[in-house]
Each structure stands twice: as C-alpha cells, then as structure tokens.
Ligand binder design. Structure first.
Ligand code: THU
Length: 126
C-alpha cells in the first residue's frame, strides 16, 4: 500500500481511540518485516499518566503475537498532525531502530527513519 493510503487507514483506526480528556484521537499501523499489519489507537485514563499512545498499543500487540522486527509505522489523526512522542520513539527503537516512520505535516506525508527521529538512543549495555 502507498503511504498516503496507509495514512487514510490510520485515520480510520483513530476513531477507536479512547481520548475523552485530550480529545486527540490517534491511529497507528505497524508493519512487521514479514509484512503483517498491527493496528493501535491511544487509550487514555482518568489518571492521566497511565495513558498509552497509539504507537505503543500497536507495538505491544505485535510483540505479544511474536513479532520482533518492524519495517514501518504510520501514525495519523483526523484532528491534527501527529508525529510519535519521545517515549514511543524510544520504545519502538528497542526493536527496530532503522524502521521508517510515516506521518502527516501540513497536509504532506513525511517519512523519516526512526534513527533520524531519535539519534543516540539509550541502549542497555551489559
Ligand atoms: N498520543 C499518541 O497516541 N501518540 C503520540 O505519539 C502522541 C500522543 C496521544 C496520547 C494522548 O492520548 C493524546 O495523544 C494527547 O497527548
């Protein structure tokens, strides 16, 4: 699928978001290296800090189904442009720091590697 089509799909997925506090509904599609798509939306909580972003919902679904390597993530909202927050960049980079990240900025579809979005990520060395 083309990135623009993925953006449209991610917007549809964002309608499932549970975001009564911020009103910001986000949808994510995470593609594993073997080509499977995992969908996620943000899920807020009355205890605000317990909110989980769309990207991490998609990632946790995928990892819990045995996937560890990802080629691409697409993020979108119908209300505003959204790029992945810092926490999600770190969590995604645990598995595939070279993956492509696609989102919309001022009506245009933008694509960067996660490495570009999170240079010098924290990595645990034993
Ligand atoms: N949000 C995401 O789902 N992904 C991001 O990368 C940025 C923020 C959600 C979390 C919260 O429910 C709402 O957007 C406002 O911060």
């Amino acid at each position: 699928m083309e990135n623009t089509e993925y953006i449209k799909e991610a917007k549809k997925i964002s309608r499932s978001a549970y975001a009564p506090y911020s009103g910001v509904k986000v949808g994510a599609i995470l593609i594993s290296e073997d080509g499977k798509a995992f969908e996620g939306c943000n899920i807020e909580n009355a205890s605000f800090g317990l909110t989980v972003c769309a990207e991490r919902v998609a990632l946790f679904k995928a990892v819990s189904e045995g996937k560890r390597k990802f080629s691409k993530i697409i993020i979108a909202s119908e209300g505003q442009d959204v790029s992945p927050c810092g926490a999600c960049r770190q969590v995604l980079s645990e598995f595939s720091p070279e993956m492509t990240v696609v989102w919309q900025k001022n009506g245009k579809t933008v694509s960067r590697t996660l490495r570009e979005l999170l240079p010098e990520r924290f990595d645990f060395k034993k």
